[in-house]
Design a protein. Structure first.
Length: 150
């Protein structure tokens, strides 16, 4: 499955901005899936990068989110929320942030180890719902990532 409007094989942050190399994107291995939990949309993108280390891509995504006050997607403008309660694991590289538009909160988390980056996205009617979903996703993703050699 490929998400329309986003470059295939590229880790994105703050809308469609590339946090990973676009040169190797077509050769990277990527898997995207999405589902609904308790009325909230959840998505997971896993990217196995050819040349880049996950910690570097996660650091770039963190920097991009800190510098991103707003972004647009599908005609909607999202603004960054200054605070969130998402706790990142210490066993893998991680970054997180939440954005909102009228009536929807979207949270992103980036977890990485070795050459694998997992980008998690949750949507909820409010920040508490989006963060609740994200907390559960992070726990599951971390369990898989810690098996990968750093």
């Amino acid at each position: 499955m490929h998400v329309p409007n986003y470059p295939y094989g590229v880790v994105t942050a703050c809308g469609e901005r590339a946090a990973s190399s676009t040169g190797d994107a077509a050769k990277s291995k990527s898997h995207v899936r999405a589902w609904v939990i308790n009325g909230g949309l959840v998505a997971q993108e896993v990217h196995v990068l050819l040349k880049q280390h996950a910690k570097d891509v996660v650091a770039k995504a963190a920097s991009m989110m800190r510098g991103c006050r707003t972004y647009s997607d599908a005609g909607e403008t999202y603004r960054r929320l200054d605070k969130h309660t998402i706790v990142l694991p210490g066993t893998v590289a991680g970054a997180a942030g939440c954005f909102s538009n009228s009536g929807l909160v979207t949270c992103f988390a980036y977890l990485g180890r070795g050459r694998t980056v997992t980008q998690l996205t949750t949507n909820g009617d409010d920040q508490a719902a989006a963060e609740w979903l994200m907390t559960r996703l992070i726990a599951a993703a971390e369990q898989r990532l810690v098996r990968i050699a750093a």
